[in-house]
Design a binder for this molecule. Structure first.
Ligand code: ADP
Ligand code: MG
Length: 263
């Protein structure tokens, strides 16, 4: 009987990628307190693809940074793959971040003059492991940049730079990818290309993907949209018709014919 109970529990944990209970975050600036998160509950199943929306200042980045182990909450509990992250030391947080999470930022956060392939390899140098070059090449190929390995970010378009950043997030083989407004600086085609990569990674490799966006069209590439407002979950809704990025891309007018000719 106890065995059965235990199995049920571990089954529940096994299917849960992220669980957040009563998460709060207060920033203190002198005498002023900013309540960025006021008690957020969220459960994300393994292999989900989720969009986070909400007005500026609603706490989206704060929540993403805490989920990504880049920041710690003021109170509340947070589990990743069943591990209670809110109790971990800074060193342990860094380890979880390296092993389980790939983070993608709006502004790419690449080194401007270092070849793409070297930047993608960088997380493996911290984390150790064999076949670093091969794994970096595979990650570049996975985002469709096999022919741009030696390019520096200054020689790449915004969309290509974001794909390098996704390759860098992917190279450690994370179970979760977190992206804070990944298409915020990109045009429609580049945004759809990023969504096509997220949908592929999610569907083919079962990676849990959570991204922040302001655009309803971009959010509708998921099956689930969570809205924040004033540091709380305002709504958590199922998307009726999921947009397929590959289909949207195929239907876009070919404005990049120029680039194809130059290849
Ligand atoms: P969003 O990403 O939804 O725009 P944020 O999570 O960045 O929202 O911010 C939520 C609130 O917390 C805002 O009021 C913001 O000004 C405040 N905030 C965010 N980061 C800090 C910080 N490092 N120090 C003080 N206040 C912050
Ligand atoms: Mg933000």
């Amino acid at each position: 009987m106890f065995g059965l109970f235990k199995n049920n529990k571990s089954q529940a944990d096994k299917d849960t990628s992220i669980k957040i209970v009563g998460l709060t975050k207060v920033y203190r600036m002198g005498d002023v307190e900013v309540h960025a998160l006021r008690g957020v509950d969220l459960e994300v199943k393994r292999g989900e693809l989720i969009a986070i929306m909400g007005p500026s200042g609603s706490g989206k980045s704060t929540m993403m940074n805490i989920i990504g182990c880049l920041d710690t909450p003021t109170s509340g509990e947070y589990y990743i793959d069943g591990i209670q992250v809110s109790k971990l030391s800074d060193d342990q947080l860094a380890e979880i971040r390296n092993k389980k999470i790939g983070f993608v930022f709006q502004s790419f956060n690449l080194l401007p003059r270092v070849p793409a392939i070297d930047q993608v390899e960088l997380p493996l140098i911290y984390g150790g492991g064999d076949n670093r070059r091969k794994r970096a090449k595979d990650a570049m190929a996975a985002v469709g940049l096999a022919d741009r390995m030696g390019h520096k970010p200054t020689e790449l378009s915004g969309g290509q730079q974001q794909r390098v950043a996704i390759a860098r997030a992917l190279v450690t083989n994370p179970s979760i990818i977190l992206a804070d407004e990944p298409t915020g600086n990109l045009d429609t085609r580049s945004s759809e290309e990023i969504m096509a990569i997220f949908q592929k990674l999610n569907e083919e490799q079962g990676i849990t993907v959570i991204f922040v966006t302001h655009e309803p069209d971009i959010a509708s590439h998921t099956k689930r949209v969570v809205r924040l407002r004033d540091g709380r979950v305002l709504s958590d809704e199922v998307v009726a018709v999921q947009r397929r990025a590959s289909e949207v891309l195929a239907a876009l007018p070919d404005e990049h014919i120029q680039e194809v000719v130059h290849k």
